[in-house]
Write a protein that binds this ligand. Structure first.
Ligand code: PMP
Length: 361
């Protein structure tokens, strides 16, 4: 979805890297996260300050190969090495389907997947993931367990003003962000964590050192440039440099609004499907009052259809079943971020579905 915008920006985000640059493992040996490129760090701070979605003061920034690596680093950092049993990792269902897979795949002695946070009744240490806005259902969330032995990780991948109103400045102990959802550059594989506690930030850095000896500097430089241009499009919009282009979040907000309108129209064509409803709130960044327009649609098959994924597959719409997200097969998750043509085809197909079986010739 974001590709067209970046094409419009032309050479503004092009990065040229000569062969002699970035030869070393190190970015700044004196810093806690010694493989974090200073340019990337300053572009992150500038963007958070502009948008107002997260506090950066008195925080350590840890860079990772996507927030996927940071999630693993933070689990490693939070678990005491000598505990008698693995600590439970929880998230309220429906949860991002990769959490249980990542938590379980190495059969760690440090942590294990504890499932739906709503069902956690034990009086022992736990880690709770709070994804807000949530993947897959787009709702804004808070912790649900609320016991004193819990540690929270806030995955704020989607807390950006094209998806949801920025109604508060997040000030949590551990916050995860990713370039993938901020600007669309998933392939750059960069995420960052804002971490209050120095020891946790050090252990996360240690994890990344042991797993990949740092994070690609080429990627960091490219991401730094892209985030810088995002900030520039807002701060200098009135100036001649960026007059010919929309500012990034305004452009992306408009696109998301258009897509959600199109999607809701398609769903309203018949009574077979429903979508979540989101409350409106004022966005401190844009000044607009609006309801969330998430990156994913959490579509429910109403009535007698129990397996929504199979039903939609028969109608040539490929989705991911709710069962992967710890929820019912009556739900599916659909991306709202593909290219225009694909999204158009998807809404066309959705609106043409009737309860009659498709005719196969
Ligand atoms: N957290 C959430 C909630 C996500 O939806 C995703 C991507 N689907 C990630 C983390 C991982 O992002 P990255 O590309 O930075 O690894």
């Amino acid at each position: 979805m974001y590709e067209k915008y970046w094409q419009q920006m032309g050479e503004k985000t092009t990065v040229v890297i000569p062969g002699w640059k970035f030869v070393s493992y190190f970015s700044d040996k004196r810093k806690l996260c010694w493989f974090l490129e200073p340019e990337f760090a300053s572009s992150i701070i500038r963007l958070h300050k502009l948008v107002g979605n997260a506090v950066t003061e008195n925080r350590h920034i840890v860079v990772g190969t996507g927030s996927t690596q940071l999630f693993q680093a933070v689990l490693y950092a939070l678990c005491p090495p000598n505990a008698s049993e693995p600590i439970d990792v929880l998230c309220a269902a429906p949860f991002y389907s990769s959490y249980p897979l990542i938590t379980e795949f190495l059969k760690s002695g440090l942590y294990k997947w504890g499932g739906d946070a709503h069902k956690f009744r034990l009086n022992k240490p736990y880690i709770e993931l709070v994804t807000s806005p949530n993947n897959p259902d787009g709702l804004s969330r808070q912790a649900v367990v609320n016991q004193d032995q819990g540690i929270l990780i806030h995955d704020l991948a989607y807390y950006w003003p094209q998806y949801t109103p920025i109604s508060y400045t997040a000030d949590y102990d551990i916050m995860l962000f990713t370039v993938s959802k901020t600007t669309g550059h998933a392939g750059t594989r960069l995420g960052w964590a804002l971490v209050k506690d120095e020891e946790i930030a050090k252990k996360m850095t240690e994890f990344i050192m042991l797993s990949t000896i740092g994070v690609s500097k080429e990627s960091q430089l490219r991401a730094a440039k892209i985030l810088k241009v995002v900030s520039d499009t807002h701060e200098y919009h009135a100036k001649h440099d960026f007059k010919e282009c929309d500012s990034f979040f305004e452009h992306s907000y408009d696109l998301m609004a258009k897509r959600w309108k199109q999607l809701r129209n398609a769903v309203n064509q018949n009574k077979m499907f429903s979508l979540p409803h989101f409350p409106s709130a004022k966005c401190k960044f844009s000044g607009n009052t609006f309801a969330s327009q998430p990156a994913f649609a959490w579509l429910k098959c109403e009535g007698k259809i129990d397996d929504c994924e199979s039903f939609l597959r028969e109608h040539k719409v490929l989705t991911r079943s709710g069962k992967h997200f710890g929820d019912s097969t009556k739900y599916v998750r659909i991306s709202v971020l593909p290219r225009d043509e694909e999204f158009q085809q998807f809404t066309d197909r959705l609106s043409s579905i009737t309860l009659m079986p498709p005719i196969v010739i």
